[in-house]
Design a protein. Sequence first.
Length: 190
Amino acid sequence: MTVRARLAALACVAAMLPSPAVVATDYQQETGSTLAFASKYDGEVFTGRFPGFRTTLSFDPARPQDAQLDVVIPLADVDTDSAQRDDMLRDAAFFAVARFPQARYTATGFRPDGEGRYVAEGTLELKGIKAPVTLRIAWIAGEQPILEARALVPRTRFSVGTGDWADTGMIPDAVAVNARVVLSPCTTCR
């Protein structure tokens, strides 16, 4: 058998071998990330943020169905630029941080929804209540990729704003949540 024939035979055998499994990249959150929300009180819009949130992500754009997203949100960090409102949000009628110091969002698998866009059907745990929340996600590839996400969270489903504050005429039920998470590959995330 000639050298050329041997190489051709080896190429045929190599083509029949299973290809190595694609492995998702593990990412950790970097400086410059934001998690914000917006609502209204008596018709006046107010915004807030959670500066201490932490995100980890395992993701491969070629296999979005295998994605794993985990976001931990320390609720005592809430910042609306109003100390009075922040204290109210930490109280039992809203976040009840003494009893429930953090919220957590987890999602397994993203569904493609256009070029670089995905939908995550995940679970939010807030005030001890777990319920589904849908995230709309944009993935911006790069050396430090960016995950942009938005959702509408039904606050009354999680008992945020109880008693007189449960009135959706005073504070709407849907709270708009937006995140911009700057990421970097992580070798110690798992």
